[in-house]
Design a protein around this ligand. Structure first.
Ligand SMILES: NC(=O)c1ccc[n+]([C@@H]2O[C@H](COP(=O)([O-])OP(=O)(O)OC[C@H]3O[C@@H](n4cnc5c(N)ncnc54)[C@H](O)[C@@H]3O)[C@@H](O)[C@H]2O)c1
Length: 346
């Protein structure tokens, strides 16, 4: 096992998580950081002992020899940074969503395949203890065959503070991309990763435009999704809507032998209930989640995949992120056209 020389692009919330994850590994050396905020970058340089820092990612790639980079920038930059790195033979971990558009996501995956390098997307929520426990319950057959699922992430007044999130040119979209990509990821994983056939969606921007200047993405998105295994999935995501809790995500599943409902408020208040009958008598219970996984575990998976060697790399070509991008692209196409659309295979 060799020591990987890693550079991080982005010095905001996500970039900090990446630095922390890489710093926890003794087979990684953080050799560079790029970010536009001078003070923030200097503080992270000092905290993590990073030898080289740059304002822009292009300089970092030109001036430092790297084995891997992680990307924690506004979403529209994921594709140009990733493709430039992959073309140099550098492995890439990128934040969710994989890209601002399906076309960008496809170009990234094509670049990873052409380069024969790892491209991985950060899906940290699927590693939460409660979501992992729900996955275990479904996979163990405790609720039988699933046929209806409802999932979502709604915020009452939760437009992200970094202004780029609300500008389509930089983000690619609103809560459907930002929060919905996590929900689509965990919902499809929990349902056994079925192909997604069609989507019918609506989006609105009734409130965000009154709160943020230049707001040109949706503030709420609702979708009805048909899956190849016959299951129906509904999705709801919002950054701003008149509703009780500020920040709540969930997954409800109905199966032939039982049901399950996970609700999480403000990330920490979590309850996972399982509904079933035994010998005709109600036998519901509240499940106990395992330990939480988050960015450190995602970063560990990325480093482990690289360290596993070239035979392992093709299994990490970004195609999971691309499949999520295809669902989101279909939602936006449906909302624009006003009718159900077929999901383009990602
Ligand atoms: N997985 C999660 O739970 C999670 C949570 C929050 C954000 N994210 C994702 O992380 C990414 C960043 O989000 P954030 O909240 O950290 O944003 P942020 O605005 O806090 O940080 C973005 C960083 O990108 C840097 N940047 C912009 N242009 C650059 C350039 N040309 N060269 C170098 N650096 C540049 C900025 O200087 C800044 O440091 C987004 O894709 C977002 O969707 C993921």
């Amino acid at each position: 096992m060799s020591t990987l020389k890693v550079g991080v692009v982005g010095a905001g919330w996500a970039g900090r998580q990446h630095l922390g994850g890489f710093a926890a590994r003794n087979d990684v050396e953080i050799v560079a950081l790029a970010g536009l905020e001078v003070d923030q970058v200097a503080a992270l340089k000092a905290e993590f002992g990073i030898p080289a820092t740059f304002p822009r990612w292009e300089q970092m790639l030109d001036e430092v020899e790297l084995d891997a980079i992680s990307i924690a920038t506004p979403t529209a930059l994921h594709a140009p940074v990733a493709i430039a790195a992959l073309e140099r033979g550098i492995h890439v971990l990128t934040e969710k969503p994989i890209a601002a558009s399906l076309a960008d996501a496809q170009s990234m995956v094509d670049a990873a395949r052409a380069a024969g390098r790892v491209l991985q997307v950060v899906f940290n929520h699927r590693l939460r203890g409660d979501i992992a426990e729900l996955a275990r319950i479904i996979a163990a057959g405790e609720i039988g065959e699933t046929y209806v699922a409802k999932a979502g992430w709604l915020r009452r007044a939760g437009i992200p503070e970094s202004g780029w999130f609300a500008k389509r040119e930089l983000s690619g979209g609103g809560p459907l991309l930002d929060l919905g990509v996590h929900v689509i990821d965990y919902a499809l994983r929990l349902l056994g990763e079925p192909d997604v056939l069609t989507v019918s969606a609506s989006t609105y921007a009734e409130l965000g435009t009154k709160v943020v200047e230049g707001f040109d993405v949706e503030d709420i998105a609702i979708a009805f999704v048909r899956l190849a295994n016959g299951t129906t999935l509904t999705l709801e995501t919002s950054w701003d809507a008149y509703r009780p809790n500020n920040n709540e995500f969930w997954m409800t599943v109905f199966g032939t032998e039982g049901g399950a409902e996970l609700r999480v408020i403000d990330y920490t208040e979590s309850e996972l209930k399982v509904f079933r009958t035994r010998d005709g008598v109600i036998d519901d219970y509240v499940a106990v989640p395992g330990p939480n996984g988050a960015h450190p575990e995602v970063i560990a998976e990325f480093v482990d995949a690289i360290q596993a060697g070239p035979l392992e790399w093709p299994a990490h070509d970004g195609s999971l992120g691309l499949r999520r991008a295809a669902v989101i692209d279909a939602c936006y196409r449906s909302a624009e056209s006003g009718h159900e659309v077929t999901v383009t295979a990602g």
